[in-house]
Design a protein around this ligand. Sequence first.
Ligand code: 5GP
Length: 208
Amino acid sequence: MNSEPHVTVQAFALIGPSGSGKTTLAKKLLNDYPTIFSFSVSHTTRPKSKFETHKIDYFFIDHKHFKKMIARNEFLEWEEVNSNLYGTSVKQIETILSDGKVPLLDIEVNGAERIRKYAEIVLGRPFSFTPIFLDVPCDVQEMRIRERKRGETEEEIQKRLKRYEMENAKKHSFDHIIPNINLNEAYTQILESVVRPRLLHRQEMQTM
Ligand code: 5GP
């Protein structure tokens, strides 16, 4: 059904600063609704950590490859984050849509703004994009970043903390701002006030 070009397709993104809980909440949605959502795997030039898997967490590619993809207009959006490039490919989104699934993105705010503005033009079809900003106080953010033990250096952690101000300052340009101090409460709010009302046509959303 979703491969029909006139049908409005949906996509959701969990957005917000590093440490706001995007990845944890995305995993929970994907786990609870595997027949609805599919994770949009981004491309990145960031080195893969030992906890990550190529093609599952990211497509880990080198700078040259990323630049080639930019030149060929293969990205729906891309952004430099902490000296690394990250991008959502058009192909990734189209593959998910052609499977009849709803793309779920985990991206930062500038990328979400670009998708909101240009995705419909790039994809050439009605596209309803719902970014959900996860709002955390900066001390909670710092605690989460330090707790996640990704093997990052203090310098890398400091870079992540610095982006907090920029991302937080943009939160009011998004319609859905969900406080995420308590993960379960945030999850319920995302599901009940944002996701379920938009996906009521999916049987899986009516039964749970
Ligand atoms: P991390 O290095 O922690 O995996 O990601 C750093 C930041 O980049 C996070 O805020 C993450 O959500 C964001 N990010 C991941 N993929 C993309 C993407 O494709 N586009 C944009 N704009 N941001 C991304």
